[in-house]
Design a protein around this ligand. Structure first.
Ligand SMILES: *Cc1c(COP(=O)(O)O)cnc(C)c1O
Length: 369
């Protein structure tokens, strides 16, 4: 029996999940149309050899389009690596602790803390600044003099998914390579890649289904993993083999490539950013002007992607999340560690989703005076 493929576009919810999260509907529909037979080649991307001509083209196009939309300089390698953002927490120290064995970390949230904790297994890690004392409601300010001059690298988490903060500046680290986790903000703003030694991002927030991380790394930093580092964890192995040292996550790379094309066609990251600013501004303006809701994050450090808010009453917060879900506004609960609410409005969240959320928030406020 042949299954009917039904795309329930009209009954799709607005999914405010922090990740995995929404993908552009046109991309999902296009992927669905090609799911059983990719562009008439007779095979699905899920079944295809990673050494086939078809997949080679998918991979090359994905890299090329990412380079175009991010304006990645020639002396940077682009790698698609399995293990998500979390494996990068280990790969970074294993590859970049190459001289003094020291690295400096700025702690702006839970993910930054996890990254530092993992690095502590491998070297001398210093916490240069932290905003933990205020439950990470702001981004610490650091100056060049705050870093150890012989540190092998400095690590930051550019957007803090759980706390809804984002760096309003790129720290000046002088000659020390700057490493940034951009898992939850990549492709939401134009970035001068040359300011960073390494940018990495798990893809399931702004790019593709879960299963890979993208690493964008300056070439002169590649090749310093010690001999006892497992082969898969050496960036050089991925760079030298064009992300196909072993079988990659072909499907996630394929969808990522489709998303890069989608962004390119809409006018690039600048246009994406304009839309993201418009969405976030609407929501923050509403929260700031409301009587019931409050955003605890310092204004200049607010994230465009993760909007955190509370009513100040835990029971009411729970009621909000449950009622919103019943109206097709899914996953508005804050992270399990802090509670409250969080609306993740990544690139693929349409402005209509934000409008629907604000309309619900107004109604809920009226009903719970
Ligand atoms: C989600 C997230 C991670 C973890 O990603 P995984 O792919 O689940 O390992 C790391 N850093 C940030 C900033 C994140 O938002």
């Amino acid at each position: 029996m042949k299954a009917e493929v039904t795309i329930l576009s009209k009954t799709r919810a607005y999914n405010f999940s922090a990740g995995p999260s929404m993908l552009p509907l046109s991309v999902i529909e296009d992927v669905a149309a090609n799911l059983t037979n990719y562009k008439g080649c007779g095979e699905s991307v899920m079944e295809m050899s990673h050494r086939s001509a078809e997949f080679k083209e998918i991979l090359e196009d994905a890299e090329k389009n990412l380079r175009d939309i991010m304006n990645i300089p020639e002396n940077y390698k682009v790698m698609f690596i399995q293990g998500g953002g979390t494996l990068q927490f280990a790969m970074v120290p294993l590859n970049l602790l190459r001289k003094s064995g020291k690295a400096d970390y700025i702690i702006s949230g839970t993910w930054a803390k996890k990254a530092a904790k993992e690095a502590e297994k491998f070297g001398d890690i210093k916490i240069v600044a932290s905003s933990e004392e205020s439950t990470f409601t702001y981004i610490p300010e650091v100056k060049k003099e705050d870093f150890r001059p012989d540190a092998d690298y400095v690590h930051i988490t550019f957007n803090n998914t759980i706390y809804g903060t984002h760096y309003p500046y790129i720290p000046d680290t002088g000659k020390i390579p700057l490493v940034a986790d951009m898992s939850s903000c990549i492709l939401s703003e134009e970035i001068d890649v040359s300011r960073f030694g390494l940018i990495y991002a798990g893809v399931q927030k702004n790019i593709a289904p879960a299963g890979i991380a993208i690493a964008i790394m300056r070439e002169d930093l590649i090749g310093f993993a010690k001999d006892d580092v497992p082969t898969y964890l050496d960036y050089k192995v991925h760079a030298d083999n064009g992300s196909t040292y072993n079988t990659p996550n072909c499907f996630a790379i394929y969808v990522a490539g489709e998303v890069f094309k989608y962004i390119k066609d809409m006018g690039g990251v600048a246009e994406m950013h304009r839309r993201d600013v418009e969405k976030a501004k609407k929501l923050y303006d509403f929260i700031d002007g409301s009587e019931l809701y409050k955003c605890p994050v310092r204004e200049k450090d607010r994230s465009l992607m993760n909007v955190v808010f509370v009513t100040g009453n835990e029971e009411l917060d729970k009621k909000f999340v449950a009622q919103a879900k019943a109206e097709g506004l899914h996953n508005l609960n804050g992270h399990r560690s802090i509670g409250g609410m969080r609306a993740s409005i990544y690139n693929a969240m349409p402005v209509e989703g934000v409008d629907a959320l604000i309309a619900f928030m107004e109604k809920f406020q009226e009903e719970n005076k």
